[in-house]
Design a protein. Structure first.
Ligand SMILES: *Cc1c(COP(=O)(O)O)cnc(C)c1O
Length: 353
């Protein structure tokens, strides 16, 4: 065991990297050799440990199982042609993680644990970050309430952990969506802006109903009126009407995505007219009917940019036409050029490990 910056490292005897088939990965199923674990107890964070990936011991009465105090982040590490490993805007994820923590009455995680722990972990398992377009190491920091006892009150004990999963370029298949007119993902004053595990749990049932109808995802609308677009599944949403790009503003119902923020900046860099404002379903349907609706796409770390090929809203069904100057394609290309350090990183989004 070695110790630096108060992170204790217990390395595996033998890495599994040599026996892993990187051409045949299922997203989120394979994990690297190591993970990070840090416990919050008696009002403070204890020493963080990096140790071999494996099961953790929690009692059945752990509060996370009963009251759902659980949050997470999703981020990626990329390897460039020279073999350097970079993180993409990791500070943004750390800040957002702590915003989620506050909303769920959980302790915030200091930079020395989140950022230094993440960097040390990625560095230790850097062989797991492979080269290739679309290839990455998916990083999953998360926190759970680990106090034993079923009294309905915030936990007095938490575990902050990071696990990492190698990911190849991933194609989701065609995505057609249903515009929500009954179910909601988030409400005013709720936890929609937080990366709370429960937000996902609540979306699975409506999403299953959409799948049964032959649609892959749901475009969430505002809970109060179902008249305005909010998110595309678990991604932020962009709509292109004419040559103008529109995206819903982030608020307490809408997650403030790092990819969304990056796409807005790239649009500005390319002199594309981009507006952060509410977009009504009516406006989108009218644009669809008169041929002005050119693209809809979702943005998020896991799939980066996902074009939506068509949608259904109540009785209105519309397939989007193919466009030869697709913004989705442009942004996907520009983002991967930055991820793999193929262009000048003018906004200083990469952090080298
Ligand atoms: C994580 C997430 C996003 C995308 O955020 P990124 O920072 O771009 O990965 C969008 N919407 C929801 C609901 C999310 O959970």
């Amino acid at each position: 065991m070695t110790s630096t910056h108060d992170i204790v490292v217990d390395q595996v005897q033998e890495s599994r990297v040599g026996t892993t088939n990187f051409d045949n990965l299922i997203f989120g199923k394979t994990f690297t050799d190591h993970m990070l674990e840090c416990t919050w107890r008696d009002g403070k964070w204890e020493t963080a440990h990096i140790k071999p990936y494996g099961p953790i011991m929690v009692e059945p009465s752990s509060k996370v199982f009963h009251y759902g105090q659980a949050i997470f982040e999703g981020m990626k590490a990329f390897k460039d042609a020279q073999g350097n490993v970079h993180l993409f805007r990791p500070e943004d994820n750390w800040i957002r993680f702590n915003e989620s923590a506050k909303r769920l009455a959980m302790p915030t995680v200091p930079e020395e644990i989140f950022m230094d722990g993440l960097k040390k972990l990625v560095d230790l398992d850097r062989e797991w970050v492979r080269q290739g377009d679309g290839v990455s190491l998916y990083l999953r920091p998360f926190m759970i309430a680990s106090e034993n006892g079923v009294a309905a009150a915030p936990s007095t004990e938490y575990k902050f952990m990071i696990v990492m999963s190698p990911a190849r370029a991933y194609y989701r298949g065609d995505v057609r969506v249903i515009i929500a007119s009954q179910f909601s993902r988030a409400a005013d004053g709720g936890v929609g802006y937080a990366k709370a595990a429960g937000n996902y749990a609540a979306s699975f049932y409506p999403n299953n109903l959409a799948l049964e109808e032959g649609y892959q995802q749901i475009i969430w609308t505002d809970a109060a009126t179902h008249e305005y677009l909010e998110e595309a599944g678990t991604m932020n949403i962009f709509v292109r009407i004419g040559d103008k790009l529109l995206t819903s503003p982030h608020n307490d119902r809408i997650l403030n995505g790092v990819t969304r923020r990056s796409v807005i900046q790239l649009a500005k860099d390319h002199n594309i007219d981009v507006e952060e404002r509410r977009v009504s379903v009516k406006e989108m349907n009218e644009a669809a009917a008169n041929g002005e609706l050119k693209e809809i796409f979702g943005t998020g770390t896991a799939a980066v940019i996902v074009p939506v090929l068509g949608y259904k809203h109540e009785d209105f069904v519309h397939d989007l036409p193919a466009v030869d100057d697709s913004y989705a394609t442009l942004f996907k290309q520009k983002l991967s050029d930055i991820h793999y350090n193929r262009v000048n990183d003018e906004h200083e989004w990469l952090v080298k490990i």
